[in-house]
Write a protein that binds this ligand. Structure first.
Ligand code: HEM
Length: 511
């Protein structure tokens, strides 16, 4: 059992703890480092927001994350960068196998991206600026001073809109998030989670802490004997002689996801022959929630750990899918069920030691789909995205003359393992054409609908019905297109100081 510890909020970037929901205006800048010395000095001069809670919350916030190329460009040695995970070093777009696994083929292919798709457009640095409505341009001017201009080239300047937490298809978003065990009160020994639990070990969000396996995720550990600057970093918990560049930092995944809102509503409208009630029903079954966020299944029989049991959070989130094993209330293939199937380590009802063994060896299933979905707690994401583009009502979207326009989601999530968390969800659950017993489908919102190598289609969506055969719709087009993406590391605040120390002590840029 680990001892409860005080969270090191002052060393953690605020975005890991808060979504900056009160700061409705946001802007994301993707930068290439032109002059490493200036870049280092600029980073040291700006007020990076920490996760420490203050009584008088700030009117603005600023967060920084760097890609592997960015870490190298600012002066980190290859040896240190190689201590990060393979996915981070390789990047989102450089490897065609990775692109295929992520569904980044066809219209989603990196060579069509506006940024991040080729060596010259992979950003070095992501600057995230947040402010109260009306204050973002003044805040940007303060931050993007003369030195900023000398240090960086802006490759993309991504606007966002205050959409009142409604994503462009018209659904309430940002409702379900994992709860983080900041004080490390839960056991880090290999605990079991028979049922779905929403409470996650700190090491599933931040590097340098035990994760849900009770292990430390890989990250660069630096020997102060060979690098004096290592003293700037906290000591590694499991290796007290080494200093931890990862501690209090997270990987940050960013994807620019264009949403074709007219195509979404027109396809649905066509399927239901224009019936407004059925239109709402089909759309909500694709998402897994009604437009206002109401879940399609009833509350869980026993409270789910890590979710409030009272108020709005309970009404919107106190559920799992144990009482809907066939997806008759919330289709198995719906977006929220694919993104978080709310499973425990064993399917419902498997409690005794003997039954566990029977299940481990693959026997005793009640439904053909049982055991096919991995335990959710190893594959959670903390979402921090923002919407962009002018919102379109369903009514306007349905008008034949409405063009698809530029709108969508700047998807951002924070994880401690890009491959086990983001890539697993994106590949196995969202893009998987076989998921929990359903076939020939991928995520109804995110899917690229590309046929499989054997010609099997992936453009169906099935809605099981307790009263008869499943309703299956076909030839669903692609509604979401990837237009940019990259993997970043959002360091702890001491780690940011270490990363920028090379330009001052070692005489400027390496590249
Ligand atoms: C344009 C693209 C997307 C749209 C329109 C969208 C929309 C939504 C909506 C409406 C919800 C329900 C509200 C909520 O629970 O917060 C949701 C939940 C969620 N989405 Fe997405 N999403 C998109 C992309 C993604 C991507 C790329 C991922 C991950 C690979 C993802 C992962 C999740 C997760 C984990 C949840 C919470 C599920 C739960 O815990 O119940 N989404 N999304």
């Amino acid at each position: 059992m680990s001892k409860p510890t005080a969270p090191e909020y002052s060393d953690i970037q605020a975005l890991a703890r808060f979504g900056h929901g009160r700061l409705k205006a946001a802007r994301f800048l993707l930068l290439i480092i032109r002059d490493a010395k200036q870049a280092g000095e600029w980073i040291q001069s700006v007020p990076v927001s920490s996760a420490e809670w203050t009584e008088s919350p700030s009117q603005t916030a600023l967060q920084i994350a760097l890609s592997a190329e960015g870490l190298r460009a600012i002066g980190l040695s290859d040896e240190v960068v190689e201590g990060f995970s393979e996915a981070f070093i390789s990047g989102m777009s450089a490897d065609s196998n990775r692109s295929r696994r992520l569904g980044d083929i066809g219209e989603n292919a990196p060579d069509k991206w506006q940024w991040g798709g080729s060596v010259t457009t992979v950003p070095h640095l992501l600057l995230m600026l947040y402010a109260k409505n009306g204050q973002l341009s003044a805040w940007s001017e303060t931050v993007m001073d003369q030195r900023f201009g000398q240090a960086f080239t802006v490759i993309a300047d991504l606007d966002t809109v205050d959409s009142n937490s409604i994503e462009p298809f018209g659904f309430a978003d940002g409702i379900s998030q994992p709860a983080i065990d900041w004080e490390r009160k839960q056991s880090t020994d290999l605990h079991r989670r028979d049922r779905f639990s929403n409470l996650l070990s700190l090491g599933e969000l931040l590097l340098g802490y035990p994760n849900e396996y009770g292990q430390y995720t890989e990250r660069p550990l630096i020997d102060p004997a060979s690098d004096q600057q290592a003293e700037l970093l906290p000591v590694a918990e499991e290796h007290p002689n080494l200093h931890d560049l990862g501690r209090n930092g997270s990987y940050l995944v960013m994807r620019q996801l264009h949403q074709d809102v007219p195509a979404f509503w027109r396809y649905i409208d066509q399927q239901v022959q224009g019936d407004p009630q059925e239109r709402e029903q089909l759309a909500s079954r694709m998402v897994g929630r009604q437009r206002d966020g109401t879940p399609l299944v009833g509350p869980a029989e026993q409270p789910v750990e890590g979710i409030n049991t009272t108020g709005n959070a309970a009404a919107l989130n106190q559920f799992d899918f144990d009482n809907d094993p066939l997806g008759q209330q919330c289709p198995i293939g719906s977006h929220i069920r694919r993104s978080n199937p709310r499973t425990g380590d064993f399917p419902p009802g498997v409690t005794g030691l003997l039954t566990r063994f029977v299940r481990i060896f693959g026997f005793g299933r009640k439904h053909p789909a049982d055991d096919l979905i991995a335990s959710t707690r190893f594959h959670r994401l903390l979402r921090r995205g923002r919407v962009y583009g002018e919102q379109l009502s369903q009514e306007v979207a349905l008008k034949p003359k409405t063009k698809k326009g530029q709108r969508g989601l700047h998807f951002i999530c924070l994880v401690a393992s890009i491959s086990r968390q983001f890539e697993f969800v994106q590949n196995a659950w969202s893009m998987g054409s076989k998921f929990g017993g359903v076939q020939n489908e991928n995520d109804p919102l995110l899917g690229n609908r590309a046929p499989l190598s054997d010609g099997e289609s992936t453009n169906h969506f099935s809605q099981p019905d307790a009263k008869g055969p499943a309703h299956c719709i076909h030839a669903m087009p692609q509604f979401v297109t990837v237009q940019g993406g990259a993997y970043f590391f959002m360091p702890g605040i001491r780690a940011l100081r270490y990363i920028t120390s090379f330009t001052e002590s070692r005489g400027g840029p390496k590249s």
